[in-house]
Ligand binder design. Structure first.
Ligand code: 3PG
Ligand code: MG
Length: 396
């Protein structure tokens, strides 16, 4: 895979950088700028080399047309603050504003183009539609740097098609992410423990199947727990449940037994009748959930067991919160897992925009973990061993 060094002399060159600046917003306020910070090293390096840097990125999932809710304008400001330089903002992606902004750049200047997903071509399944947008993006620049690790699993115009049209290289973030994730896949120090949470088991089926051959232990929390508990024949009340996955999950439990991989489920659950900050929560055995309540977090006994397991590991990968951590009464499980990771004497990797935001919201700092991946879906698909189109295209 080519890196920025392979692009040669960059002074005066227009370089298009695909970053993942998809940050959580509360109105126009950025609530977690981790992805913006992670994109800084590549941009700073290109500026330092005298390139004219044009950043393209997406925010949220607009429907292929401009939608002010998803404007990248607030991100341009924050990026500028972090770089210590003005970031010029183009109010379109490849239109007159983009062209004018790009032609006004001097060596070392930085521009951010408006949300690339305001263009239907970006996410189109049709090669020609994506290609047409990629042609326009490519026309803005002389080289392409792929640095949006969080989107390399997407076959999208600004990720894949544009790389086919320009001399290209992987950016620093992509290189760093791959170095860490490869270690998990190829040679994890053991025991290697994976902690999975989040709401949907259907998002994680592929990776669970794969982890049954690579990890020593799987700790399961979050909403997906209830499909596992249901697969074991337990009542799960009004909790999140993916009925259509029960059979598949039962199969995983069986495979795990045969391969002697430990799947560890919580033994107690925090339940409430309604998800509210001031709801009266009780702790029940995972095998005795009341039919009229729902699970909101793993219970204290499980939390202790999970923490002890994590602390005994040499390698830990964690994706997905253990409970509804956004509400204080249901944050204990997630906080305990995060805390246990900080005590591991070995490599710890936190995967995913949401998990990364969770640990920061809970007051942990990035340097307490070995690596915080900016990619959720991307890191899971990588661990699953799937070919990622945004990486494949960089190999040619
Ligand atoms: C993410 O947040 O997972 C990445 O930015 C990719 O966004 P997407 O899931 O909307 O494609
Ligand atoms: Mg996603």
């Amino acid at each position: 895979m080519k890196t920025i060094d392979d692009l040669g002399e960059l002074r005066g060159k227009r370089v298009l950088v695909r970053s993942d600046l998809n940050v959580p917003l509360d109105g126009a306020t950025i609530t977690d700028d981790g992805r913006i910070r992670a994109s800084v090293p590549t941009i700073r390096r290109l500026r330092g080399a005298g390139a004219r840097v044009i950043v393209t990125a997406h925010l949220g999932r607009p429907r292929g047309e401009p939608d002010p809710k998803y404007s990248l304008r607030p991100v341009a400001e924050r990026l500028g603050g972090l770089l210590g330089v003005e970031v010029r903002f183009a109010t379109d992606t490849v239109g007159p504003s983009a062209q004018q902004t790009v032609s006004g750049l001097s060596d070392g200047d930085v521009a951010l183009l408006e949300n690339v997903r305001f263009n239907a071509g970006e996410t189109s399944k049709n090669d020609a539609e994506r290609g047409a947008l990629a042609d326009q993006l490519a026309a803005l620049a002389e080289a392409f740097v792929s640095d949006g690790f969080g989107v390399v699993h997407r076959r999208q115009a600004s990720v894949v098609d544009v790389a086919e049209r320009l001399p290209h290289a992987a950016g620093e973030l992509v290189v760093t992410e791959l170095r860490v994730l490869r270690q998990l896949v190829e040679s994890p120090d053991r025991p290697y423990i994976v902690v999975l949470g989040g709401s949907k088991v259907s998002d994680k089926l592929g990776v669970i199947e794969r982890l049954l051959t690579t990890a020593d232990r799987l700790l399961i929390g979050g909403g997906m727990v209830f499909t596992f508990l249901a697969a074991q024949g337990h009542e799960v009340g009004t909790s999140l449940l993916e009925r259509e996955q029960i059979e598949t999950v039962r199969g995983y439990l069986e495979t795990a037994r045969e391969r002697k991989v430990d799947i560890v489920l919580p033994t107690d659950i925090v339940v409430v009748s309604k998800l509210e900050e001031d709801a009266t929560a009780t702790v029940v055995a995972a095998s005795a959930m009341p039919s009229d309540q729902l699970g909101a977090d793993i219970g204290p006994e499980s939390t202790k067991a999970f923490a002890a397991a994590i602390e005994s590991a040499e390698t830990v990968f964690w994706n997905g919160p253990m409970g509804v951590f956004e509400m204080r009464p249901f944050a204990a499980g997630t906080a305990a897992v995060a805390h246990a990771l900080t005590r591991v004497d070995g490599l710890t990797v936190v995967g995913g925009g949401d998990s990364a935001a969770a640990v920061r919201q809970l007051g942990f700092s990035d340097d307490e973990f070995g690596h915080i991946s900016t990619g959720g879906g991307a890191s899971l698909e990588f661990l699953e061993g799937k070919p990622l189109p945004g990486l494949q295209v960089l190999e040619d």
